[in-house]
Ligand binder design. Sequence first.
Ligand SMILES: [Zn+2]
Ligand SMILES: [Zn+2]
Length: 283
Amino acid sequence: MKYSKQETDQFVEANVLNFQLNGTGWHQLIRDMLYEFCLAGWNLNNKVGGKEKFGGLRCYSLSEDDPLNNEIKKIITKYEALSVKTCEICGSAGKLRVVNGWDVTLCINHYIEDVDVIYIKGDTVFLNDRFLFKLSEIKKVETPNSFKGIRVCLSGDEKPISLNTGNPNYYLLLRSIPLHLFSEEYRHKIRLIFENLKDCEICGYKALWEEHCLRCNDEPWRDSLLDDYEDKTEYVKQSQMLLRMDQDSYEEVANFCDRSFEKTENYRILFNDDEFEEFEKDW
Ligand SMILES: [Zn+2]
Ligand SMILES: [Zn+2]
């Protein structure tokens, strides 16, 4: 390399600050990228900068030297690809996710901060670390459309509290609320659901109710799917691979914090790592 360690260190530390980012999670990544710029022969008097866009690192800096630019473009592409696997906040392994309509790359710990998770400790129900209500203080529970969303009415004049399947641990709450607090129709229905859950071969939890799984939302195999799939094994395998891809992070969040359903004993994953890699590439 044509520069001394001191020169490169100075260049790297000065230019890492030229990037507009949402946190310091990518700083090491950018330092590594700038170090590769030096190795490629970048003129240290030229500033390098960039920003976060759509959850990925962007760097538009180029030199006046074409052969060098080919190298620089390769380096940038490499680090752009690494950035969408690195949490913007803390630098841990991350994934591209959508938060309030924005694309961001976050680890599960930082992503979960934006998800309203129900936690039940004894008689008390929390939303993340915020107290919501005590189960013993519920006056009645309304089900406006289906059992997939509830309005909890408390004794007193407080506004009802709405919760739904978008809140992890929703079904854990549903089965923790005394049945007599629901309307007669739903009392019956909710009891029926939790007494008759079947094993889901796709996610591996006992969460299958009638035509779909309450945990992964997939449908169980039925013969009419033969139009689209060779056989049941093919269908389950593909559905399992889609679940592993987990584009909406739903499965990762469920694994991280949802305790609504029990794991099934005979769950089998039908694909291997090579098949998954192939599947992901073709997707
Ligand atoms: Zn993080
Ligand atoms: Zn499932």
